[in-house]
Design a binder for this molecule. Structure first.
Ligand code: ZN
Length: 598
């Protein structure tokens, strides 16, 4: 057997040498700026009504569109890696602002492009779309045309976009800055350490309740001490968003996130209805977990507490082998991809101070390479996160030969591939478990994921929809935010907890993401959608991988309803599919309750 030693730090030098001081990167930014200008000129000169040259001209504009988009994404990916690996890298923060500005400029040109698309009448549009190349981009181009028609004039939208750099995205950057300033004092082995929020959060899966509780007290205190800043940030960010919607005449805050996720309201309602109707088994699970921990009821800080002995640590090498091994049972392409990522230093996993919290995957389109960021301390949840991010990576890898415009999958679909990868690892581990104790621990880990997706994310969704309704009437203060959050948590957890986390609206970065509004339900969608696919994969065996890759390839060029109909033969706007998917999670709970009965 070959024993691998994979590096747990990534390499960024093949993109741009020299980190945030990179001259190569500075040159890249300059050339991107120039190319945006050139693209602007091209769009301005393009006459969409010239039907005679219509196709050829449009093709040229789209080629340039793809090139510039690749350059900007390459820059964005590099900067997010720089920021994540060292939160003290001030230069990276400056670079981030530059990329945001370039991106806003590019968006402005695209607005003009989109508005020009709307001036082409239906007949001419149909004729143009008969072109073999353009036909492959039909869904995406139709979508751009439709969305542009629902917005303000190009001039007004350009104004909004240019103001958003400071008035909107700036607030999100303010949030990151505030979070990086937080240090949580914590006594470890008699010595007080000042932990970053990422390191602190890892303590919630500590086996010792006293440690978790002590951390929770410090944790709430830390967020509370800055809650005025967070409230101001959140209010301005949401205020900007609501004002924009208002100007466009949109009164439903869900309109934009639903459009972005290429799904309809019926599908979202059907999903949450199926979840709300099936809370009870998960409440039973939480009650049983409390019993097993010797408690009357769980508190927020007990949710991630480990139950069994399988929570023993896994080194990074073991984690890597474990993931590759289990991916290979599903299909060779996914396993080969993961191995390539480990071998080529695509992953930053080292456990050290100064790193940003959380995990992410990002893609460098000009190099056709992925990078994965996380902090690996050896917990089972770290292994899941690693598999999760590799799932994202595999998704972009599956689409590598498609036109860039057909690779922009929405967030809900993005979480499908990641969850699918997580599930393979979780289930394979469960199958291999030799003792009852191990089985319980692994099942618990799996159910924890369901609890996160069907309860935690549900709370986020309930909070966010209600917060936005309140915000329409004025600024929402800290007390009210706390109350809204706690109410949402009580409802989403079916009242199963003793103590909740009212400051969660400040500690959860997702509420501050400006790139995408409402980054909550797409996770749950992806999870349950994934389960549906996974169930089919289990029936089909190894031959399924090809089908799975076909689905991933189509995932950015049709609505989710059409995607499900085409590849799974399923109607997403009906509750059946969602109930069935939730049912798979419930069966884990049933098995768990059975195994832990005494
Ligand atoms: Zn993800």
């Amino acid at each position: 057997m070959v024993v691998h030693t994979y590096s747990d730090t990534w390499s960024l030098n093949e993109f741009f040498e020299g980190g945030s001081d990179s001259e190569e990167f500075a040159t890249h930014l300059n050339s991107t700026a120039k190319n945006i200008d050139a693209f602007r000129t091209k769009v301005e000169l393009w006459n969409p009504k010239d039907v005679h040259n219509g196709v050829a001209e449009l093709v040229k504009v789209i080629q340039e569109f793809e090139n510039v988009a690749k350059q900007i994404r390459q820059a964005g990916a590099f900067v997010s890696c720089l920021q994540a690996q060292n939160t003290k890298d001030k230069k990276a923060t400056e670079l981030k602002a530059k990329v945001t500005e370039l991106s806003a400029n590019f968006q402005n040109v695209l607005l003009e492009f989109d508005v020009k698309l709307t001036t082409i009448n239906e007949d001419d549009w149909s004729t143009i779309m008969e072109d073999t190349f353009l036909k492959t981009l039909r869904f995406v181009l139709d979508e751009r045309r439709e969305r542009a028609a629902e917005k303000l004039s190009a001039k007004e939208e350009a104004l909004i976009t240019s103001l958003s750099t400071d008035g909107y995205h700036g607030w999100s950057q303010m949030y990151d800055l505030l979070v990086s300033s937080i240090k949580i004092p914590f006594k470890v082995n008699g010595e007080v350490k000042h932990l970053s929020v990422g390191q602190a959060a890892n303590q919630f899966s500590n086996g010792d309740r006293e440690v978790r509780k002590r951390m929770f007290v410090e944790w709430e205190k830390a967020w509370e001490s800055k809650s005025d800043f967070f409230a101001k940030t959140l209010n301005h960010l949401s205020g900007f968003r609501l004002n924009t919607y208002n100007l466009r005449g949109w009164d439903d805050v869900l309109k934009e996130p639903l459009d972005i996720n290429r799904m309809n309201k019926e599908t979202l309602d059907a999903m949450w209805s199926a979840i709300s109707a099936n809370k009870q088994p998960f409440v039973q699970f939480l009650n049983r977990k409390a019993e097993l921990l010797g408690l009357d009821k769980l508190s927020w800080y007990d949710l991630d507490a480990p139950l069994g002995k399988t929570s023993s640590k896994m080194t990074y090498q073991e984690g890597a082998e474990f993931i590759i091994d289990h991916f290979s049972k599903f299909g060779s392409e996914m396993a080969d991809f993961a191995q390539m990522a480990f071998e080529n230093n695509w992953i930053e996993a080292e456990d050290r101070e100064g790193k940003a919290p959380g995990g992410f995957h990002t893609f460098f389109p000009e190099s056709s390479q992925s990078r994965i960021f996380m902090t690996y301390s050896g917990t089972p949840s770290n292994v899941s996160t690693l598999a999760h991010e590799l799932g994202h990576g595999f998704h972009t890898y599956a689409m590598r030969d498609l036109h860039l415009l057909n690779r922009n999958y929405a967030m809900n679909v993005a979480e499908t591939a990641s969850t699918f990868a997580e599930m393979i690892v979780a289930d394979a581990a469960l199958k291999r478990a030799s003792t009852k104790e191990e089985r319980i621990a692994l099942l618990e880990d799996k159910i924890q994921r369901s609890v996160a997706l069907l309860m935690n994310i549900h709370a986020r969704f309930l909070f966010e929809t209600r917060f936005y309704e309140e915000r329409k009437h004025g600024v929402v203060n800290v007390e009210k935010l706390n109350r809204l959050m706690e109410e949402a948590q009580v409802e989403a957890y079916g009242g199963a907890l003793e103590e909740y986390h009212p400051q969660f609206w400040s500690s959860k970065l997702h509420f501050y993401i400006t790139g995408v509004p409402f980054y909550n339900f797409p996770y749950t969608f992806g999870f349950l959608f994934s389960l549906g696919i996974y169930a089919q994969a289990l029936e089909a065996g190894e031959s399924y991988e090809e089908k799975y890759i076909d689905l991933l390839k189509d995932s950015a060029s049709m609505s989710v309803e059409d995607l499900a109909q085409k590849h799974l033969n399923i109607d997403l706007s009906k509750m059946d599919f969602w109930e069935k998917a939730v049912g798979l999670c419930v069966s884990d709970v049933e098995e768990f309750l059975d195994l832990t009965k005494y």
